[in-house]
Write a protein that binds this ligand. Structure first.
Ligand SMILES: Cc1cc2nc3c(=O)[nH]c(=O)nc-3n(C[C@H](O)[C@H](O)[C@H](O)COP(=O)(O)OP(=O)(O)OC[C@H]3O[C@@H](n4cnc5c(N)ncnc54)[C@H](O)[C@@H]3O)c2cc1C
Length: 362
């Protein structure tokens, strides 16, 4: 069996690794001239670590990540610890995205990664699928996996009308920086602030710090990314208890701040055809307030590879994959929405840990 994976992000690379381990030939076609990671830090939850362990990569991922815990504070700095959950429901690893993607790319192997190879469409037939590339070339495969992210070309052909939509008013700013002179960061602080802001900072373990600021229902943006982030940092500290976040933002040059209007993929009626399947953000770009899109996405990769390894033919494996994923992500959407709709920091923190608990223990 030969598989073409469109997209060399965390999920596409993990898909290729899982397929290789199942004895299936897989090539990653990435549009960019190099494997790179859009983003700064990435929280890897235990469900994703279970996938990496299963693929024999767990220790290497742990080697480039720092243990951390997701507890929220209210804007006056009070720690919120919702009752009924264990420490395990809060624990995750923070990795620097470029290092993680580089590790995954090395594991896939250079021979099975085609760079500057943008997929523009496909023609499916009974025996397989012909994948079309931007340079006019075509390649035959038994299966095309769309791991091409929120703006997936594969999805737009598989499910017409499923373009990613802007999550109105939901914005994110973040960076990884060395703390400026006089600022010490020895713990993780994440705050649920006023005006529907969230944000804080997490040490990465190598002397740098990942800071992040998000807002739901933001008014129109004005000024530079740093001014926008600085303005929202004020909502995260009502009593002056936390001068660190504004100092980190202040010390970050505008061109080092990663800003995003958050995009969502609408719930899909299908994830597969007989010869095409979606994984990761291509199928379910989620609002990052639950910080779990990648952790959930790598589960898609392992499940798909397992089903393909077991099945007699591709279409039945894909049908089984879709039967599992559609109800699974309906629950993710429902739990995620509960977090978003929370009206107080306590409610947000409780719904957030309830989501993590479900993800980690189901
Ligand atoms: C602010 C923010 C914070 C987040 N924090 C977390 C977190 O802490 N933990 C977590 O688990 N998740 C988090 N997420 C979600 C996570 O970033 C995504 O779920 C994850 O990156 C999706 O990976 P992917 O491989 O599916 O897609 P992507 O990372 O988008 O990769 C897609 C790849 O496909 C390539 N590509 C696109 N189109 C084509 C094409 N036509 N042909 C070939 N290649 C193509 C792209 O160049 C890219 O390399 C966060 C998201 C945001 C926005």
């Amino acid at each position: 069996m030969r598989v073409i994976v469109a997209g060399g992000g965390i999920v596409g690379l993990t898909t290729a690794i899982a397929l290789h381990q199942a004895g299936i030939e897989a090539v990653v076609c990435e549009q960019a001239p190099e494997i790179r990671a859009a983003g700064a830090g990435l929280g890897i939850w235990a469900n994703a670590m279970a996938v990496f362990d299963e693929l024999g990569l767990g220790d290497r991922v742990r080697g480039i990540a720092e243990p951390s815990e997701m507890y929220f504070r209210d804007p006056a700095g009070k720690l919120i610890d919702p009752p009924g959950f264990s420490k395990d429901d809060h624990r995750y690893l923070l990795a620097r995205r470029p290092e993680l993607n580089a590790l995954l790319a090395r594991t896939v192997g250079r021979d099975d990664i085609r760079l500057e190879s943008r997929v523009v469409g496909y023609d499916e037939h009974d025996a397989g699928v012909a994948v079309r590339f931007e340079d006019g070339s075509r390649a035959e495969a038994d299966l095309l996996v769309g791991a091409d992210g929120a703006y997936s070309v594969v999805r737009s052909q598989l499910v017409p009308g499923s373009d990613a939509i802007a999550h109105e008013g939901h914005h994110a700013w973040r960076s990884v920086v060395t703390p400026p002179e006089g600022v010490t960061v020895d713990r993780s602080v994440i705050v649920l602030g006023e005006q529907r802001t969230r944000g804080g900072y997490v040490p990465t373990g190598d002397g740098t710090v990942y800071w992040l600021i998000n807002q739901f229902g933001s008014p129109a943006l004005h000024g530079t990314p740093r001014e926008q982030a600085r303005e929202r940092a004020e909502f995260l500290d009502t009593t002056g208890w936390n001068p660190v976040l504004p100092a980190l933002v202040e010390s970050t040059p505008d061109d080092k701040i990663l800003y995003n209007q958050i995009m969502l993929v609408p719930p899909l009626s299908r994830w597969v055809s007989n010869r095409v399947a979606l994984v990761g953000d291509a199928a379910h770009a989620l609002s990052p307030h639950i910080t779990a899109g990648a952790s959930l996405g790598v589960e898609d990769a392992l499940l798909l590879a397992r089903l393909l390894a077991r099945a007699e033919e591709v279409p039945s494996a894909l049908a089984a994959y879709e039967r599992d994923r559609l109800p699974h992500y309906a629950t993710v959407d429902e739990l995620s929405k509960r977090v978003e709709d929370s009206t107080t920091p306590e409610e947000f923190a409780t719904n957030y840990v309830a989501f993590s608990h479900w993800m980690l223990t189901r």
